[in-house]
Write a protein that binds this ligand. Sequence first.
Ligand code: GTP
Ligand code: MG
Length: 199
Amino acid sequence: MQIKSAVFHTSARDLTAAPEWDRREFAMIGRSNVGKSSLVNMLTNSGGLAKVSASPGKTRLLNFFIINDSWSLVDLPGYGYAKVARSQKAEFMEAVADYLSQRPNLRQVFVLIDSRLPPQAIDLDFLQWLDQHKIAFSLVFTKADKQSLAKTARSVETFRTALPSHLHDVACAITSSKTGSGRGEVLRLISQTLDNNSL
Ligand code: GTP
Ligand code: MG
């Protein structure tokens, strides 16, 4: 799939402020600092469409982007960042949970996992929550440029085996927002869903 245009549409603080439209949506979620906003920029070939930061907790709102004047990418705040005030954290995590579990437009969630780390309880718990809510997801292993391909491949396998057995075949992509590797694979997962699934 070619990305011909990518524009920022709006930031919403919760589901009630999400756009009223019939666009199909693909959301990026994962631990704070895992590279969600960087992946939006990599997929759309844009430097600064989504705001990126070296310090975690950068994205605090649900950010909607319109791609090819058709579907939407949604950059979500990350989970697991301790330094956000507890009241504020509860607020935006509730906004994310409401969005993921109640948004009719949502077609697929990309759960980003840091390819350098062993399976983290917080990611496994989150995947279990998605599974319980019957929310379709794929995994994206990020920051693959930071280590050898062999190490990344081992991380992916270790992560798969840490999942409940009915999830072992979940679609996985390996990406680097620095080199652009894995871009085609993520776009292929999106176009497959768009082809199979009209709104
Ligand atoms: P929050 O919005 O805070 O939850 O973070 P995020 O998941 O959106 O992460 P973000 O895209 O802001 O990236 C966090 C840091 O990781 C930034 O310093 C990025 O430059 C860096 N980063 C993201 N993806 C990659 C990658 O594939 N390779 C490398 N080397 N660095 C990356
Ligand atoms: Mg972000």
